[in-house]
Design a protein around this ligand. Structure first.
Ligand code: AMP
Length: 286
C-alpha cells in the first residue's frame, strides 16, 4: 500500500507542526486545493517539493467561493486518495479543516480585489473571487508559507492573488505553474469527472478553439476582436457553448486593446451542466 501524507484537521495542529519546521529554519511551500487531486495538482506539489524543505497541501472545498445553484454540494471529495497522491508527490502534510474551523460563528471579514474580481469569470460568478481571495489570505495566515504554488489553469485566479499579495504586503512568493493537460489537450480539472463519455469526447474542442485564436493572433493586422471571433467560430457548431472569450494583458489581466506585448487568451464554456475554463498564451510569453 502506498503511503498517505499525515492529516491535520485544525489550525492548532497545523501551527504546531509548521511552527516546529520554522524554528528549525526549514523553508515552507504551500499548495492550496479543493481536493479530488489529479496530475495538475501533483505538478504543483512536485514543484513546491523541489524548491522548499517542507510542503503543506490544503484540501478545502471553500463554500465562500460557490454561488447559489453552483456545484458546492456535489463537488468531488476523495480525501484518502488525495493523501496518497500528496505523499507520492512529496508533500509533508495535508491540511483539511472543516468549514466550521475556517468560518466560525460570527465570521464577517472578506477580501475584495477590486476590478480584477469583476472581470471575465468574475462577471458570471459574482462573489467567487472574493471567496477565493478571502480563503487564500486566511490559509496564508495559518500556514505562513515562504512560497505558494498556483496553476495557470486558473489564470485569473493566480493574477488576482498576486495583486492581493502585493497590495496587502503578504510575505509569500506566489509561483505560477503551467497547465497540465490530458493527452488530447483537455486541461486537467476535478470537474472533468462530471462529464459524460460523449461530453468528455467533445471537451478538447475548447483547447482547439484556443489554438484557433492563437493562430488568428499571428495573422497580419490581427486584433483582440479578430482573435475572439476565431474562438467563437471554432465553437459555433459543437456542443460547447461559449460563455466568454477575452484577450488580456498576461501580467495585469487588464482587457487588451492590442496584441503588442504578452497577452493571454481566456475562455469559459458550458458543456451540458459542466462549466469549463481554459487559457493560452498569445505571442511572446508561454
Ligand atoms: P483546485 O483544486 O481546482 O481549486 O485547484 C488547486 C490548484 O491547482 C490551483 O492553483 C489550480 O490552478 C491548480 N490546478 C488545477 N488544475 C490544474 C492543471 N490542470 N494544471 C495545473 N494546475 C492546476
Amino acid at each position: 500500500m502506498s503511503r498517505s501524507a499525515p492529516l491535520l484537521r485544525t489550525k492548532r495542529e497545523l501551527r504546531a507542526l509548521v511552527g516546529g519546521w520554522r524554528t528549525r529554519g526549514l523553508s515552507i511551500g504551500f499548495v492550496p486545493t479543493m481536493g479530488a487531486l489529479h496530475a495538475g495538482h501533483a505538478a504543483l506539489i512536485r514543484r513546491a517539493a523541489s524548491e522548499c524543505a517542507r510542503v503543506v497541501v490544503s484540501v478545502f472545498v471553500n463554500p465562500l467561493q460557490f454561488g447559489p445553484g453552483e456545484d458546492y454540494g456535489r463537488y468531488p471529495r476523495a480525501l484518502a486518495a488525495d493523501r496518497k497522491l500528496c505523499a507520492a508527490a512529496g508533500a509533508a502534510a495535508v491540511y483539511a479543516p472543516s468549514a466550521g474551523e475556517m468560518y466560525p460563528e460570527g465570521f464577517r471579514t472578506h477580501v475584495e480585489v477590486e476590478g480584477l474580481s469583476q472581470l471575465y469569470c468574475g462577471a458570471y460568478r459574482p462573489g467567487h473571487f472574493r471567496g477565493v481571495a478571502t480563503v487564500v489570505l486566511k490559509l496564508f495566515n495559518q500556514v505562513r508559507p515562504d512560497r505558494a504554488y498556483f496553476g495557470e489553469k486558473d489564470f485569473q485566479q493566480v493574477a488576482l492573488l498576486e495583486r492581493m499579495a502585493l497590495d496587502l504586503d503578504v510575505p509569500c512568493r506566489i509561483v505560477r505553474v503551467p497547465t497540465v493537460r490530458e493527452a488530447d489537450g483537455l486541461a486537467m480539472s476535478s470537474r472533468n469527472a462530471y462529464l459524460s463519455p460523449e461530453e468528455r469526447a467533445a471537451a478538447p474542442t475548447l483547447r482547439a478553439a484556443l489554438a484557433a485564436g492563437a493562430a488568428a493572433a499571428r495573422r497580419p493586422a490581427a486584433t483582440p476582436a479578430s482573435v475572439t471571433a476565431a474562438v467563437r467560430r471554432a465553437l459555433a457548431h459543437g456542443p460547447l457553448k461559449l460563455q466568454y472569450a477575452a484577450v488580456a494583458d498576461a501580467r495585469t489581466l487588464e482587457p487588451a486593446r492590442d496584441l503588442r506585448g504578452p497577452r493571454r487568451l481566456l475562455v469559459a464554456a458550458h458543456l451540458g451542466r459542466t462549466r469549463l475554463i481554459d487559457n493560452l498564451a498569445l505571442g511572446r510569453v508561454g
